[in-house]
Every structure is written in C-alpha cells, then in structure tokens.
Design a protein around this ligand. Sequence first.
Ligand code: PGA
Length: 240
Amino acid sequence: MRYSVANWKMNLPPEGIAAYCAALAAAAGDGPRLVVAPPFPYLHEIRGLAVAGQNCAEKASGAFTGEISAAMLRERGAQFVILGHSERRTLFGETDAQIARKLAIALENGLTPILCIGEDLNVRDSGRAEAFLADQLKAAAAGVTNGGDVVIAYEPIWAIGTGRNATGKLCAETTQAVRESVRRFWPERYENVPVLYGGSVTPDNVTELVAEGEIDGFLVGGASLDSGKFLAIHRALGKE
Ligand code: PGA
C-alpha cells in the first residue's frame, strides 16, 4: 500500500476545508491512498478521505490537560495517527520511550501509526544517519505490541520546512537502510511496511524523488495546504 499524507500542522488550507476535501476526493481513484491530518478540532470536517491525527496521548485517559487520546481520535473518524514527528521531538521534547508508548496505545485502539524518524544535519554530516535511524526504529519497536499496520515516514530534519530536500539517490539509499532496520528490529509481519519520505516535497522536486522507485509515498507539510500542489505530488506516485 502506498500513501500521500497531507500534514497541515497548525494551519488550514486557504481555499477552505470543504473545497480542499472535494478536490482531493474527486481525484481519489486507484492511486495511492490519500490521507489528511488536520488540527484536532477539524477532524470531523474531513469528508471522503482517510483521516489522521497529528499526535495522540501516551495514556488512555485521565488528568492530562490539553491531551487527546487515541480512542478519541478513533471516535472522531481517524484511522491513522502521526507519531514522533520531528517537531514533536524537538519543540515539545518527546522522547523515544514516549513515542513507543504512543505507538502501543495507537495500535491497541485500532489506529495505524505513521511513525516519523529522521536525523538532523550534524548526524547526517557525520555519516551516522543510518545508525541513528536504526536506533529510533529499535526504540519504537518496544511499542509495537500487536498485529496492526504501521507506516514509517523518513523525514530528515534538515529537509523539513527548509526548502532543502534530499536528493532522489540519498532518499532511496536511506529508505533501503530503513527497510533493513525494520527487518532487524521489528516482528516479521512488518517486512512490507510502507516507507514514506517527507521534507520540503513539492511538485517541482517530486519527479526526482520517485525516480529511484524506492519510496512508498509522501508525508507533505507546506505543499499539502494547496490541494492542487498536493495532488500534483500524489499523481507523481502513479497508480497503485
Ligand atoms: P514540509 O513538512 O513538507 O513542510 O517540509 C513535512 C513534514 O513535516 O511532515
């Protein structure tokens, strides 16, 4: 299964949610699956498309002001949840252990986690990126507690929102390394886990990124706020 995931972050599409969803729904055919991750209050406004939460709590319920549980996301129609996004890790201090707990609770509640992993520029430049990503996957594996599906998004931090994206070659090589780590650290049933790429993906660079034929889709931030740009990226993935 391949995916095009729109991560709106704390933004809304300028064209309006209804128009945005209608444009995407009209294009959803036999291509990769279209998933939209809006801010929490808008989950129920996403019509005709698969829905993802942008995060969930590591606890089932209780006195956790400002948190949203995996069960609540389900109840609001989400089938997916983005976990471990680098903005959660770096701006909000989420740890590997917390992310593993979130994975476990998401899976228990029937959500498909979209697990984000990615290295910063120091790690990339020091040549340790693949080992770093393997460690992130190994830590997350502690939370993989049942047979639900998991999607991985490789998002190098140096490419997120910076306009600097990975080359097709680097992206393909790293994706292969991620698959190898999944085989090492995760149960056998995850051998065919989809691996997406994210980080300044636009209609202008998508052709190079798909050329190597390695990646299973995209997690798109900035360019996903415009239905036309997001669909141009989606179409570059071709048919399923
Ligand atoms: P970007 O964000 O496409 O704006 O770089 C990607 C992401 O953070 O998921």
